[in-house]
Design a protein around this ligand. Structure first.
Ligand code: GCO
Length: 263
């Protein structure tokens, strides 16, 4: 049974993994014995620091600097990775941003930037990796969606649109690539304590209280709480799971909420 979740001998590329949820997922896959490739967009120093940190923790780790929205850069890097390190068995499309802006006022360029990173990026990287997985007739792709693949909220239109699109892209990749023994699935985090949500989590703030009350588990998630789902969807345990979005959200999507005076 333990082998079902063992990632020994597999190489996992996690985009946007120098910080936050991506870094936690990368650490978790490394601790499940995968060789992990950390990715960042621009800072070689930041990338090197995470590679050093993981290596000290006994995790087999390399770094790859590339911008997920740059198709030619991605193709060059994926070719280099597979030449120098070996075949990519697991791809986690995690790189993402949330440009919070009221839709009516949001500059078009900002909307486009958010969708490019969160939706076009996973398309570009998945395409480059999947064509190689097809040759090997084996692969795992995990797209980091969001509870906002299902629900909207004021001032996150670009983010929600991108994550809703990523849910459907996940399902479509799954449909097209399942016959090549490539399983494509998503993980949909609820509200997690990361830098991205730091502005929302100020203790005693109305939004923090709102989320704590709106989430049946009564708290924010911690990045480490995504690891089990990532290991499951990266491992042999999910070989017949295709096009599934696994929500890790403390139950927030299961409820319509509760009256203020209810426990
Ligand atoms: C917000 C938050 C959310 C969540 C994200 C988790 O502004 O409401 O950033 O977008 O963090 O959806 O999946």
């Amino acid at each position: 049974m333990a082998n079902l979740f063992d990632l020994s001998g597999r190489i996992a590329l996690i985009t946007g993994s120098t910080d936050g949820l991506g870094k936690a997922i990368a650490r978790g896959l490394g601790r499940a014995n995968a060789k992990v490739i950390i990715n960042g967009r621009s800072s070689q120093d930041k990338l090197d620091a995470v590679v050093r940190e993981f290596s000290i923790q006994g995790i087999s780790c390399n770094g790859a600097l590339f911008d997920v929205t740059n198709a030619s850069e991605v193709e060059t890097k994926i070719k280099e990775i597979e030449r120098d390190l070996g075949p990519i068995d697991i791809l986690v499309n995690n790189a993402g941003v949330n440009i919070r802006w009221k839709a009516a006022d949001m500059p078009v360029e900002k909307f486009k930037q958010n969708v490019d990173i969160n939706l076009l990026g996973p398309f570009i990287v998945s395409r480059a990796v999947a064509k190689r997985m097809m040759e090997r007739k084996s692969g795992k792709i995990i797209n980091i969606c969001s509870l906002m693949s299902e629900l909207g909220r004021d001032s996150v239109s670009a983010y929600a649109a991108s994550k809703g699109g990523l849910k459907m892209l996940t399902q479509n990749m799954a449909v097209e690539w399942a016959k090549h023994n490539i399983q494509v699935n998503g993980i949909g985090p609820g509200y997690f304590a990361t830098k991205l949500t730091a502005p929302l989590r100020k203790q005693g703030s109305a939004f923090n209280d709102f989320i704590v009350n709106r989430t049946p588990a009564g708290r924010w998630g911690t990045p480490e709480e995504l690891i089990g789902s990532a290991v499951f969807l990266s491992s042999g345990a999910s070989d017949f799971v295709n096009g599934h979005i696994l929500y890790v959200d403390g139950g927030i999507l299961a409820t319509i909420g509760k009256p203020a005076n209810e426990d």
